[in-house]
Each structure stands twice: as structure tokens, then as C-alpha cells.
Design a protein around this ligand. Structure first.
Ligand SMILES: Nc1ncnc2c1ncn2[C@@H]1O[C@H](COP(=O)(O)OP(=O)(O)OP(=O)(O)O)[C@@H](O)[C@H]1O
Ligand SMILES: [Mg+2]
Length: 407
């Protein structure tokens, strides 16, 4: 029932730190949605109209064996059904009524076991494609240089000829990526959101090939078109892109909405950009606290100071003390290089590779892609990662499919 799903969704979000990205009324709908969005976990009720939970579990377990695990829910006394569901491929089960703790721990345990199971199977599975690293660039304050960093970092990474780099503009209202690359996109992320299914062909068809060699997924041409894009589109798009690109650089808007949260949630590395003024540091501190409360691992957050001013800015050691972390990289203020680059739409890492600001971006590229580690990224294989949760304490995009939990 819808209201039960709603309360469960809240519970999973607040209590478990999961992202619930979809729900379905019946087994048939659940199968179709699961095929489209490939969630990590499906919570499936046994008793459902149209197609029952056991049949839906069987289909998902066979067809999505390497992406999606089913946790089945039954009521007490349905022991036979439960056995049947496990035989149909369910990886975990919950018996109603269950507590919030049981729910959360079952999802986590099932997910962790799934990751380990897939890792065991890995050697015998041909690699479907490289799995790239997603770097999401965020600042709680506008105008600090996020897009400048995103564009130039992508161009820097793209200098290696055999590296595939894609830059995604998730500032859906006022994205500047296309203009900073002097391009006029015909298709944008809004065109993907309009399609019924987010598949790799659709995503690929909406990318723009830039003359630096990188690909770009532009933000909508008009601010109101951004409203068609939802968090679930972003999750699906980033997941697909990471399957075929080595680096997915994501430029986020300042607002912490479901779009930005989806961008952060999918990230392997979050680059938090701040400037050396008090409001920016205050907002950076609040952002770090939010990220920690969301369960992001501290080590996946990197701190960039943009345009630090020795004369007028806050002292770096004070900033580090306030934020309780070290500054990973400083991007110097170099208007002479940056302004013409922004106005011409030509990345300075290409046009002025020896400028101080370009050297700093190169340093940043090394931080996010340490030498010798790249192969590991490319070969790490299925399921976006090693055994165990990727970053959240739970690390799951949980989906609820038709829940009738009152019983
Ligand atoms: N390192 C730098 N040196 C000099 N000027 C810079 C530097 N980085 C950014 N700028 C200037 O600051 C302006 C704003 O930068 P940018 O658009 O990258 O910020 P943003 O954080 O993406 O802003 P928004 O919040 O609007 O998305 C740029 O147009 C550029 O002129
Ligand atoms: Mg920007």
C-alpha cells in the first residue's frame, strides 16, 4: 500500500541512510522497473497482484543476477512460500512484523554477501567494460570555481589518449560547462529524462564530443527543463557512464537537493571546493557534517581551496583546524590565465599547461588518480567495487517494491 511504502521509505532514509529510488505496485511493474534501473536491493512482498512476489523474484534473480538482490518479505506462517522464495533466488528474507533494526541489518547483510558472492564469481565472468571513477565536485557556496575546476580537470585527465573521460553538468538550472567549453549542445540530460528507459544507448546519444577528446553531458538548455530530471535519472546515468568511462567528472550545483545528493551518493571521490573567506569555510564545515551524517567515508572527501589569498584570506592552518582535515590542493588565483580561458571557452590546462593554475589542476588529477592505481580502477570489475560497502555505512540504493507491511 502506498502509505506503507511511504513510511518504509522514510524509515530506510532516516534510519538506514539508504536511498530509495523507486517503488512498484505489483510484481510485473517491479520486474520492469528493476530491469530499467538495476537497483542494488529490491524489497519484495510475496503477496501481490498481477504477478506474485515469488515469480517476480525468480525473474529478477535470473535476469539481473549480477546487479540486483531480492529481499523477500512474508508474514508468519508462510513458511512454504518463504522456502519457495529462497529457491526462486531471494538472497534475504524478513518476516512481518519486523523492527527497523532488523530491516536495516537484513538489507546491509544481504548486500554485503552479494558483493562477496559476485567477487568470487568475478574471474569466470568476462569483464563487461571498465568501471570508472566518479568524481563529484561540490561547494555549498556559489562562484568559488567549481565549474572552472571541473572543466579543466576533465581536460587534463583527457590528455591521456587511451583514457575515456566524461564531464557531466548537474547544475540543471544554470550549468556553465557547455559555455566554458565553447560548445552548443543539441541534446542534454533533459532529453535522457524524457525517455522511458535510461539505457546506455540513450545516454551515449546525448553526449557531446569535445575537441579536447572528452565527452560532455550538458545541462538543460533552459532552466525550467531541469525539472524533468529526477534523482533516479542521475543515479542511473552515472552508473551507466561509470561502466564505460574511466573518469566521470560531475559538476554539481550549490543546492543540496535530490539531484546533488544523487551525484554525491554515486561518487567515489567528493571534491569539496571552498574559498578562504569565512562564509565559505562555515558552509564547507556544514557540508562536511552533512556528508558525515549521510555516512560518507571521510577519506573519500577531498578539500580544494580555490583562489586562496595570502593577504586577505583566512590562514590555511586555521581553516584546516576548523574543518578538521587537511587541504588537499590549492588552486591559485590566476586571472590572467583563467579569465581568457573562461571567456574563450578553452580549458587553460590545454592552452597554458605551465601556468600555476594548470600545475595545481595537474596535482589534483594525481590526487584523484594516483599513478599505478588506474589499472585497479579499470579492472576492479563488477558491482562498482571491492567487497563491502563502497562509502555509505550501508552503501545501498534500496528499492521498495510493493510493500504490505501492516499484516
Ligand atoms: N583559479 C582562478 N583564478 C582566477 N579566477 C578564477 C579562478 N577560478 C574561477 N575563477 C573565476 O571565477 C568565476 C566563477 O568560477 P566558476 O564558474 O568556476 O565557479 P562555480 O563555483 O562553478 O560558480 P557557480 O556556483 O555559479 O556554479 C569564473 O568565471 C572565473 O572567472
Ligand atoms: Mg558552476
Amino acid at each position: 500500500m502506498a502509505e506503507t511504502r511511504e513510511s518504509l521509505k522514510k524509515l530506510l532514509g532516516f534510519h538506514g541512510g539508504f536511498v530509495v529510488t523507486g517503488e512498484a505496485e505489483n510484481g510485473k511493474e517491479a520486474v520492469a522497473l528493476a530491469k530499467r534501473l538495476r537497483p542494488d536491493i529490491v524489497l519484495m512482498d510475496i503477496n501481490m497482484p498481477v504477478m506474485d512476489g515469488i515469480e517476480a523474484t525468480r525473474t529478477i534473480s535470473v535476469e539481473l543476477a549480477m546487479t540486483t538482490a531480492v529481499v523477500i518479505i512474508s508474514v508468519q506462517g508462510e513458511q512454504d512460500y518463504l522456502t519457495e522464495a529462497m529457491a526462486a533466488g531471494a538472497r534475504g528474507y524478513l518476516v512481518k512484523p519486523f523492527s527497523a533494526d532488523e530491516l536495516v541489518s537484513t538489507i546491509r547483510r544481504t548486500h554485503d554477501m552479494e558483493i562477496q558472492r559476485r567477487a568470487q564469481l568475478m574471474p569466470s565472468i568476462p569483464l563487461q567494460g571498465k568501471l570508472g571513477r566518479i568524481i563529484s565536485i561540490y561547494s555549498a557556496k556559489g562562484g568559488v570555481g567549481k565549474t572552472t575546476i571541473a572543466v579543466n580537470l576533465a581536460a587534463e585527465l583527457g590528455k591521456e589518449r587511451d583514457r575515456k573521460v566524461v564531464l557531466v553538468d548537474l547544475d540543471l538550472q544554470f550549468g556553465d560547462v557547455a559555455i566554458m567549453l565553447d560548445t552548443s549542445p543539441v541534446r542534454t540530460i533533459a532529453d535522457i529524462a524524457r525517455e522511458e528507459e535510461v539505457d546506455s544507448e540513450t545516454v551515449e546519444a546525448c553526449l557531446l564530443k569535445h575537441n579536447t577528446g572528452i565527452s560532455v553531458l550538458a545541462s538543460p538548455l533552459r532552466p525550467e527543463q531541469g525539472e524533468t530530471v529526477a534523482g533516479r535519472h542521475v543515479l542511473a546515468i552515472l552508473k551507466l557512464l561509470a561502466e564505460s568511462y574511466d573518469f566521470v567528472i560531475v559538476d554539481l550545483a550549490q543546492r543540496l537537493d535530490d539531484i546533488s545528493l544523487a551525484g554525491l551518493d554515486m561518487a567515489d571521490i567528493i571534491l569539496l571546493v571552498a574559498s578562504t573567506d569565512l562564509p565559505s569555510i562555515k558552509n564547507a564545515k556544514a557540508s562536511i557534517e552533512i556528508m558525515e551524517s549521510l555516512g560518507y567515508e571521510s577519506k573519500m572527501i577531498k578539500l580544494a581551496l580555490s583562489r586562496p589569498s595570502r593577504e586577505h584570506g583566512l590562514d590555511i592552518s586555521e581553516i584546516e583546524k576548523t574543518l578538521k582535515r587537511k587541504v588537499d590542493v590549492q588552486i591559485p588565483n590566476e586571472e590572467r590565465v583563467v579569465f581568457p580561458s573562461v571567456n574563450k571557452g578553452a580549458p587553460f590546462t590545454i592552452s597554458s599547461p605551465t601556468a600555476k593554475v594548470s600545475v595545481a589542476i595537474r596535482e589534483l588529477a594525481k590526487i584523484i588518480s594516483p599513478p599505478g592505481k588506474e589499472d585497479a580502477v579499470a579492472k576492479r570489475g563488477f558491482g562498482r567495487g571491492k567487497p563491502g560497502p563502497r562509502k555509505r555505512t550501508a552503501g545501498i540504493l534500496a528499492w521498495i517494491f510493493s510493500m504490505f507491511l501492516n499484516g
